[in-house]
Design a protein around this ligand. Structure first.
Ligand SMILES: C=CC1=C(C)c2cc3[nH]c(cc4nc(cc5[nH]c(cc1n2)c(C)c5CCC(=O)O)C(CCC(=O)O)=C4C)c(C)c3C=C
Ligand SMILES: [Fe+2]
Length: 458
């Protein structure tokens, strides 16, 4: 996988100078020396600090918040929702411990396990699947979240309540509601919901897929994949240093997004605050909520729509991304401005007007979506669209009212169908310095090692 092509998109890298390949080579040396170890025993390599990097860049795994939210949006996504097959709380905790260690390792360019794909016990499967062995970390981030069903199970079709399998019902955070049915939803249950979610983002699809594959492998016997979504071409900027990308309608997307540099806006709109949470959600302080919506776009119809109409539907110009009220890309839209005919220059039913914070008591969201193309239907139309991802402080105030209005009144909806949906509580990050490391200084799983979401089980 290649390093970021746009110098503005370069991950904030510190350097250990150790590539994944070098690490694997050292793992092989250990095997040759007859050292057979599980996760608790490391390789005899030079320590790889929790914050490491190569020329291609890594992002720290630890911190107050999980990586993959304000991290400059990488170009590729592989997201997987899982269903737990166990009913044991201890096994759930063990899974989260294993996942935390593996994620901490992979994001720093290490193999999933201490041996890597080509060493370790010869009669056992390798502890890493190997397809990323020669690839740099590619800015990989791995972000974990919990679905409502993990807390309260899934209600039966007759409305019977779900089962509290893990003794977590009283910890259900207030915002982790069942999303209402929105007008024009055509949701496929096989592409919706899930007990757990893992978002892997990287600048190389193989690195992102490798991450999910190895995490899924580590979940064997405890959780199975419910659905996945592959995404390419980010449709948002999450840093002012990034160029605004384009969605499959050809419009710049992410111009007015909440950006990493807007620390006040992040506190107000993205992070769950410690101050105003109920006891049931206190564990989520410093976390966020992730809304995922698979939105199919009728691109063949769109492609037969005039440029004038396309711009009016969106409320911005297609070339520059400027509001139709005038100015350049980052000029604030002037919704009061009228044209010569006395009609507002930005139509009252345009997407940007209806999604704008001024229409929703100031509520904003951090959008982090991706384009997707999943083949075609029997009529030869592409099954393509936008996999909308947004991180919000509270979906009840920051997502549901916006989506309700858009699904009812937004003229863009004529070209859209929501086909998948998920809402997840995203716990805060694993604190810096908390990871347990083995002799070689790389993260290992022990009975005491910290894990993502630990606050929930305290
Ligand atoms: C519920 C939230 C939103 C959904 C779903 C959504 C889908 C969606 N959006 C576009 C294209 C664009 N959206 C733009 C801006 C924009 N969109 C939302 C919310 C949802 N979009 C917000 C909050 C905003 C920002 C509004 C503002 O503050 O001005 C834009 C303009 C450029 C930008 O600011 O990002 C485009 C273009 C598509 C194609 C789509 C579904 C497929
Ligand atoms: Fe939008």
């Amino acid at each position: 996988m290649s390093a970021p092509t746009d110098p503005q998109d370069e991950p904030t890298a510190t350097s250990s100078g150790m590539s994944r390949r070098a690490v694997l080579g050292l793992g092989g040396g250990l095997a040759a020396a007859g050292v057979v170890a599980g996760f608790g025993l490391g390789r005899a390599t030079a320590p790889a600090p929790a914050v490491a990097s190569t020329a291609a860049g890594t992002y720290p795994f630890t911190g107050a918040h999980q990586a993959g939210i304000v991290t400059p949006a990488q170009d590729r996504l592989y997201l997987a929702a899982f269903d737990l097959t166990t009913t044991s709380r201890d096994e759930l905790v063990e899974l989260l411990r294993r996942w935390t260690t593996i994620a901490a390792r992979l994001t720093q360019g290490l193999s999933a396990g201490p041996f890597g794909p080509a060493s370790g016990p010869y009669d056992a499967p390798p502890d890493d699947t190997g397809e990323a062995a020669d690839l740099p970390p590619a800015g990989l981030t791995i972000t974990f979240g919990f679905g409502r069903s993990m807390f309260v199970g899934t209600p039966g079709p007759d409305g019977t309540p779900g089962e509290d399998r893990f003794g977590l019902a009283d910890r259900l955070p207030d915002g982790l509601v069942e999303l209402p049915h929105f007008a024009a939803d055509d949701l496929d249950p096989a592409r919706s919901d899930g007990d757990l979610v893992v978002q892997a983002c990287a600048d190389d699809p193989q690195v992102a897929v490798h991450a999910i594959r190895n995490l899924s492998r580590a979940a064997f016997g405890t959780a199975t994949i419910r659905w996945t979504q592959l995404g390419y071409g980010r449709t948002s900027s999450t840093s002012t240093a990034q160029k605004t990308p384009r969605n499959l309608f050809g419009f710049k997307d992410g111009t007015a997004n909440v950006k990493a540099e807007e620390s006040d806006a992040l506190e107000e709109h993205v992070w769950v605050p410690a101050t105003d949470t109920e006891a049931s959600s206190a564990w989520l302080a410093g976390g966020s909520y992730l809304v995922a919506r698979r939105i199919r776009m009728r691109i063949e119809t769109w492609d037969r729509t005039s440029l004038r109409e396309q711009e009016n539907l969106v409320g911005r110009t297609k070339g520059e991304g400027a509001p139709l009220s005038g100015g350049t890309e980052f000029t604030e839209p002037d919704f009061a401005k009228e044209g010569r005919d006395g009609a507002p220059l930005i139509a009252v039913d345009s997407h940007v007007r209806l999604a704008h914070p001024s229409t929703h008591d100031g509520a904003r969201m951090l959008r982090r979506g991706y384009n997707f193309t999943d083949g075609n239907d029997s009529l030869g139309r592409l099954d393509a669209g936008l996999f909308f991802l947004a991180f919000v402080r509270d979906p009840r105030t920051h997502y549901i009212p916006v989506q309700s209005m858009l699904s009812r009144d937004d003229v863009l909806m004529e070209y859209l169908t929501h086909t998948g949906s998920g809402l997840f509580a995203v716990p805060p990050g694993v604190p810096d310095g908390a990871l347990v490391t083995g002799e070689d200084g790389t993260p290992v799983t022990t009975e005491k090692s910290p894990f993502v979401g630990q606050q929930l089980f305290a």
